[in-house]
Design a protein around this ligand. Structure first.
Ligand SMILES: [Fe+2]
Length: 186
């Protein structure tokens, strides 16, 4: 298959598992987010179908919630929180929905290269041990020219961001991600 056709095919597949990408209104931003996911899947030991079946964390035992279910829930929650805050706080708060959605969709894109497959079993790759996904995620986002506001959300979404002063979008995404993870921790 020609490269451009293969790319288009992959983009369609990504949009199928990630319908929230269509929530991004700015078409250029949407395209960049899509490119990041296509790139990461192509580099990963995981296939696009794996994302719907593997548990969202290797650290949790017997977790039946899939990677993509967890990630989509965090994006949906981020949007719900942002909408409620805008509704209740009006002009007192300024939240950029496109940047928030793009960042929320990309926080774990670096996880795709955190995995390795050894004798058919999933494990953490050497790169994943040395550079956790907030770092690899920023590197992928920069490759596709995502704005610094989005790179900021990726960089500071997890524990590495605890010393940083997070933007309002990053605060929302961090908490939405946390509440979809913490209840399942042993
Ligand atoms: Fe994460």
């Amino acid at each position: 298959m020609a490269k451009s056709k293969r790319q288009k095919n992959m983009k369609d597949k990504v949009l199928k598992i990630w319908p929230e990408i269509n929530w991004i209104k700015n078409q250029k931003l949407k395209e960049k987010v899509l490119q990041c996911w296509v790139y990461a899947i192509e580099k990963s030991v995981l296939s696009i179908n794996d994302l719907e079946t593997i548990p969202f964390s290797l650290l949790l035992k017997d977790c039946k919630i899939s990677f993509i279910n967890h990630k989509r829930t965090a994006v949906q929650l981020s949007v719900d929180i942002a909408k409620r805050m805008k509704e209740n706080f009006g002009e007192e708060i300024n939240i950029n929905m496109d940047l928030l959605i793009a960042g929320a969709i990309l926080i774990d894109v670096g996880k795709l290269i955190e995995y390795d497959k050894v004798k058919g079993k999933l494990t953490t790759s050497k790169a994943g041990k040395l550079l956790r996904h907030p770092f690899s995620g920023v590197s992928i986002a920069d490759r596709f020219d995502l704005p610094p506001e989005v790179q900021h959300i990726i960089a500071y979404h997890a524990k590495e961001g605890e010393l940083a002063r997070r933007s309002v979008e990053a605060i929302i995404v961090h908490h939405a991600d946390f509440v979809s993870f913490e209840p399942f921790k042993a």
